[in-house]
Design a protein around this ligand. Sequence first.
Ligand code: SF4
Length: 384
Amino acid sequence: MTAPSLYIHIPFCVRKCEYCDFYSGVAGEAEIDRYLDALEAEFRLRFPDGLAPRTVFIGGGTPTRLSAEQLNRLGKILRARVSLDGCIEFSCEINPGTLTPEKAAALKRMGVNRASFGVQSFQPKFLKGLGRIYEAGTATGAVEMARAAGIERVSMDLMFALPGQTLDDLKDDLTRALAHGTEHLSLYALTFEDDTPLTRQLLNGEVEPCEEELERAMFELVGETCAAHGLERYEVSNFARPGAECRHNLVYWTGGDWHGVGAGAHAMLGGEIGRNAADFKAYTRMLLDENSLPVADRELLAPQARAESLLLMGLRLKQGVELATFERFAGASFESLCGDAARRLASMGLLELTPTHVRATSEGLLLLDNLVVELAAAMEPATA
Ligand code: SF4
């Protein structure tokens, strides 16, 4: 059995981006120091005997909002409880505008071997529209800083379907990202989340959403450009050189287990979801003043819900969903639960069935939500 992975959430940002609905906020140095005290307490309470995760991912927020000293302290907290002996990948999200050579060195000392840069765009007009804190060009310097510190593996996040973005704008962003020898790219279409400044601008008619046809053309352009540079689409929004796939995210997409530490972090262990308090003040109070774990709730997924969530995540992958894992989660074979529906979707050219996997075709990838709804509906009578 593979050791669970570890996710650590740092919920602080320099300021809030216009489109963001993640759990993150702005805090002063004293609050961040107290948060690190709380993280240390959570590691101590949760893992009295330590842990040896297969992968580690520090996300946010903006982990590099922490100062170099605070990152060094985080490294110390980890070293006290976490063995990296069997760890095959240790990623940290980096907002390019916040990295310094000292912070890059602190990450390297901590054990980070993969830098995941939230670039979003290389063009000033789009960076400004998204409310990102850095100037165009900063991303290039940040990648060089990480490499100079010895963090060789580089991933970049870019966004497309931005208001006013053309195919040429996107081509330009892709070319610049790939020019850095980037081994992994994540490309997400902008979504207008409820209650964000960008969505308010949309509702006020100040920005126009990208048209559906253009978004589809962009999705195809992304695939073609990455393929031409040797990066394969291994998940609907993720591209990698062979062997450079994000091993941590593969744990999420293949129904694996992980621990979650930090405010708002989720864990998944044996079909049980654990959610930490998504408020860093409540999180620190529970750990430091009440000496209790900061768990907001726990939910044991029913077999159908667990199998459905596996389909939802796994059909995003090029390799698809492993039927043996599906059967382990659902308590019955894929054939007995979804066989007829899957064959109907396969005859429409949307799904492919092999003796070991079920996967979406490239047409099917564009209709993923519908595929999952159809398969879940087929499961209903059998497992209700
Ligand atoms: S840096 Fe990331 S988490 Fe922070 S506000 Fe911007 S998008 Fe949200």
